[in-house]
Design a binder for this molecule. Structure first.
Ligand SMILES: [Ca+2]
Length: 269
């Protein structure tokens, strides 16, 4: 091979490497960034940030109850910029549906999560700045039984729920459980004395559970704490749910960063 051909070959190889590098950089840029919140990936017993861009049927089962005009349960990039932030998207339109029923939908974890030894469960619920969130709910359930319908109809569970209050820009929060069919309201803020609710946005929730007690933090602040949770189960399916009354246009909420980690603290103070 003469030297001119050799030079050409070297230039060509260099060009190929530069192009390959650009592709690699682009591939890196379009990956979802891992937030500091989820830095515990390696120590978690359950971890979901939806970064694959699709709903993983090995991890999640879809749940439904009632009739819909339109139902969306998918993984969606909510970041309006060129960055990517995949979330679980739940959306319902109930225009023209049956008047006297509430419609429920969401996902349930395929596997149970054990929280008997002081695990922490955290997630983000983005209320999506509702302009009319009246009677819309976004809920998180721990429930020891599997259903593909509404977990609220099961015999045992605990839930944290946000409910949109009229005229629809604010919401309130509810913590409740059901033990052998007996439903108990644990927390409702200052509802119903104060009916205006409060502004919520992207709520970061952490539940700290052990064999007896539990505590719920909302955006780093304590929302509820009890020395005894009275739950008769120590492992449960995670349900992420939404509900809507009839005759509302399409409304969407988002969940992300569902993580269960081993709590290294002893007990809950
Ligand atoms: Ca995500």
């Amino acid at each position: 091979m003469n030297s001119r051909i050799m030079k050409k070959a070297v230039y060509m190889l260099g060009f190929i490497f530069i192009v390959a590098d650009l592709f690699a950089i682009n591939a890196f840029n379009i990956e979802e960034k891992v937030s500091p919140v989820v830095s515990s990936k390696n120590t978690s017993v359950f971890y979901e940030n939806f970064s694959s861009g699709v709903l993983d049927s090995q991890k999640w089962q879809i749940t439904h109850e009632g009739d819909f005009k339109e139902s969306i349960i998918d993984v969606y990039d909510i970041d309006p910029s060129e960055n990517i932030d995949y979330n679980l998207r739940l959306g319902i339109s109930t225009i023209g549906t049956i008047d006297d029923t509430v419609k429920f939908q969401g996902v349930r974890s395929v596997e149970k999560v054990n929280f008997s030894d002081g695990n922490e469960v955290s997630f983000n619920l983005d209320w999506n700045n509702q302009s009319n969130g009246c009677y819309l709910t976004g809920s998180f359930y721990l429930c020891p039984t599997a259903t593909n319908a509404n977990p609220e109809d099961e015999n045992d569970w605990m839930k944290l729920e946000y409910i949109g209050v009229p005229p629809g820009r604010n919401a309130r929060s509810v913590i409740a459980n059901r033990i052998v069919g007996d439903t108990r309201l644990l927390y409702s803020g200052d509802w119903p004395q104060n009916r205006t609710g409060r502004k919520i946005s992207n709520q970061h929730i952490k539940l700290i559970l052990n064999n007896k007690s539990f505590k719920i933090l909302e955006n780093g602040n304590e929302l509820y704490s009890s020395p005894s949770h009275d739950l008769n189960f120590t492992s449960a399916y995670i349900y992420l749910q939404m509900s809507s009354h009839s005759n509302y246009p399409l409304r969407e909420i988002y969940f992300d960063n569902i993580i269960v980690t081993k709590n290294t603290q002893k007990g809950v103070s």
